[in-house]
Design a protein around this ligand. Structure first.
Ligand code: FES
Length: 70
């Protein structure tokens, strides 16, 4: 399932991008902007931003990791 159709970002790829910080605690969870930067793209239509933010917040609640400032 794609979370970001404009950039072809799947839910799995986003979860995989968040996992290293969530599992190791070596870094804060990325902000939505940092997530896009990590994939080398930018939001286009913006429809996915809320869903990406919710995914990061769910992972934050599950791991108690802070989220990097935007
Ligand atoms: S769906 Fe992500 S920017 Fe359009």
């Amino acid at each position: 399932m794609y979370l970001c159709n404009c950039n072809g970002l799947s839910e799995r790829s986003v979860q995989d991008a968040l996992k290293p910080c969530a599992e190791t605690g070596a870094c804060p969870l990325p902000s939505v902007a940092a997530l896009f930067d990590g994939f080398g793209c930018r939001p286009r239509c913006g429809k996915c931003v809320g869903e990406l933010r919710q995914l990061i917040e769910r992972m934050q609640l599950a791991t108690r990791m802070p989220v990097a400032a935007e």
